[in-house]
Design a protein around this ligand. Structure first.
Ligand code: ADP
Ligand code: ADP
Ligand code: ZN
Length: 216
């Protein structure tokens, strides 16, 4: 299964990604996670992308595309993959198409998670991430059993630097300008599956699986 998850910031892409990859045993490729990991480690790439991310802007296409191309050639992507947060511009989508064509592969579906602006802001502001294992929680919608402690590994939870009201609003604006055109792009190719992301996590997941398996 070769899948792309599309949706505005805070829509629930990462949350659904964890469930989807465990059901289909495919790797989760999140460009946002790759960048955050590089920032944490202080790599050259991390230094190049940090300012863009903190301003809520997209990282330049050249930096993102080469990382994803490289990742797709890894052994664990042979049977499929789930791209989360990539592509985010038409340019990136075209580069992905070209790379898959070279590899003689095709995307199976693009899952578009739709959520309105007010819910997005509330979700992103309340998001908490485990510093150790990266698991995602929400102070109201998916609280950890113990405040600020990860249920999975006991690690400390923290807030992403870009999850402030101001930056989230900027990211939503950037999404409308640069990422939303991809809905049309993939719809024209007959790959798009629209999912109502405003419902609870499990309902959204069930809807995704039902549409992927053709049980409408
Ligand atoms: P994205 O990867 O699209 O930015 P996340 O999966 O990180 O989104 O989700 C954003 C926040 O919203 C997280 O705190 C997550 O726990 C919470 N969340 C995700 N899906 C739902 C949902 N269906 N209902 C309520 N809260 C959700
Ligand atoms: P979100 O919760 O907003 O969907 P992500 O973790 O996917 O967050 O992305 C966080 C930030 O990383 C983005 O705001 C952007 O700066 C950068 N980023 C991630 N993926 C891409 C991409 N495909 N193209 C450009 N920038 C990206
Ligand atoms: Zn953890």
């Amino acid at each position: 299964m070769r899948l792309v998850l599309l949706g505005p910031p805070g829509a629930g892409k990462g949350t659904q990604a964890s469930a989807i990859i465990s059901k289909y045993s495919i790797p989760h490729i999140s460009t946002g996670d790759i960048f955050r990991e590089n920032i944490k480690k202080g790599t050259d790439l991390g230094k190049q992308v940090e300012a863009y991310m903190n301003k809520g802007l997209l990282v330049p296409d050249e930096l993102v595309v080469s990382i994803v191309k490289d990742r797709l050639t890894k052994e664990d992507c042979k049977e499929g993959f789930l791209l989360d947060g990539f592509p985010r511009t038409v340019n990136q989508a075209e580069a992905l198409d070209e790379e898959l064509k070279n590899m003689n592969l095709k995307l199976d579906k693009v899952i578009n998670i739709k959520v309105g602006k007010d819910i997005l802001i509330e979700r992103a502001i309340g998001r908490r991430i485990c510093k150790n294992c990266g698991a995602t929680f929400h102070i109201k919608f998916n609280p950890p059993k113990e405040e600020n402690v990860c249920d999975k590994c006991g690690g400390e939870l923290h807030q992403r630097d870009d999850d402030t009201v101001e930056t989230v609003e900027k990211r939503i604006e950037v999404y409308h300008e640069q990422t939303k055109p991809l809905i049309d792009y993939y719809d024209k190719k007959g790959l798009l599956l629209n999912v109502d992301g405003s419902k609870p996590v499990e309902e959204v997941f069930n809807e995704i699986i039902a549409s992927l398996e053709g049980d409408f």
